[in-house]
Design a protein around this ligand. Structure first.
Ligand code: PGA
Length: 251
C-alpha cells in the first residue's frame, strides 16, 4: 500500500491578508514540483486570498475549524457553506489548541468531522496526548479515545477521505519533537485503532501525519517511518523556505 504523503501548514492565528499574500507568492515557485500533497490551513480571514492566489497551482487551501451546524445561532462559528464559498477544501479539526483553550471535546470534534465530510471537505483530525498523559503511561489510551471519538458514526468510505494528525501536545511549538521512533510507535498504534474500527484495508489507506516541531532538520527522518504519511507544520509553515524544505523532505 502506498499512501501519498501530505504536508500541511497550520498557520494558526498568524498572517494578515498582506502577509499571507507575500508568503504564498514566495511559496508557490518553491513547492511547484512537490511530489506530495501540499496544503496550507489558514485563518478564516485569509482563506479567500489564499484560494485566489493558489488557484491552478498544486497548493490546496484549508480552514482551521468548521461549524457542525449548517447555519443559525452559533456566534463566532463559520459554516461549511461559508468555507466552500471562499475556496477551502481541507479543514483542521480538533487541534489541541482548540481542545485546550476553546473547550473542544471528542464529541464536538466528531460533530465537526461528520459535518465536514457531509459537505465534501477533507478533514485533518488532530489527536495527541499531553506531557502529563505521556508520563503517566496514558498515551495509547488517550489516542484511542480521541480517535474512536472523532470517527464515531463515520463510514469506512468517509474515513478514507480523512487525514489524521498525531500531534503530541508536548511537542507543539516547543522545539521538542517526538523522536521518529516515538512518533512511529504511536502512529502505528493509531493505525491499529483505525484497523479495529474499519478493517485493515481501510486503515492502510488513511494517511496519518505527525505534527509537533516538525521542521527541515527532522522531516526526512520522520517521513522515513513506515506509518508516517505526512506532517502538520505550525511554526515552520510561516517561512516559505522552511515549509518548502519540509515539503521536499526527500531531497
Ligand atoms: P508546531 O505546530 O510545528 O509549531 O509545533 C504544529 C501544530 O500545532 O500543528
Amino acid at each position: 500500500m502506498t499512501r501519498k504523503p501530505i504536508i500541511a501548514g497550520n498557520w494558526k492565528m498568524n498572517n494578515t491578508k498582506a502577509q499571507a499574500s507575500e508568503l504564498i507568492n514566495e511559496l508557490k515557485p518553491l513547492v511547484k514540483d512537490a511530489e506530495c500533497d501540499v496544503v496550507i490551513c489558514v485563518p478564516y480571514t485569509v482563506i479567500e486570498t489564499a484560494a485566489k492566489l493558489t488557484a491552478g497551482t498544486n497548493i490546496k487551501v484549508g480552514a482551521e475549524n468548521i461549524a457542525w451546524a449548517d447555519k443559525g445561532a452559533f456566534t463566532g462559528e463559520v459554516s461549511a457553506a461559508m468555507l466552500k464559498e471562499v475556496g477551502a477544501e481541507y479543514v483542521v479539526i480538533g487541534h489541541s489548541e482548540r481542545r485546550q483553550y476553546f473547550g473542544e471535546t471528542d464529541e464536538t470534534v466528531n460533530k465537526r468531522t461528520v459535518q465536514a465530510l457531509k459537505e465534501g471537505f477533507k478533514p485533518i483530525v488532530c489527536v495527541g496526548e499531553t506531557l502529563d498523559e505521556r508520563e503517566s503511561g496514558e498515551t495509547e489510551k488517550v489516542c484511542k479515545r480521541q480517535t474512536e471519538g472523532a470517527f464515531a458514526g463515520i463510514s469506512a468510505a468517509d474515513a478514507e477521505k480523512t487525514v489524521v494528525a498525531y500531534e503530541p501536545v508536548w511537542a507543539i511549538g516547543t522545539g521538542k519533537t517526538a523522536t521518529s521512533a516515538q512518533a512511529q510507535e504511536t502512529i502505528s498504534y493509531i493505525r491499529g485503532v483505525l484497523k479495529s474500527l474499519y478493517g485493515a484495508e481501510t486503515a492502510e489507506k488513511i494517511r496519518i501525519q505527525y505534527g509537533g516541531s516538525m521542521n527541515p532538520a527532522n522531516a526526512k527522518e520522520l517521513m522515513a517511518q513506515p506509518d508516517i504519511d505526512g506532517g502538520l507544520i505550525g511554526g515552520a509553515s510561516l517561512k516559505a523556505p522552511d515549509f518548502s524544505a519540509v515539503v521536499h523532505f526527500d531531497k
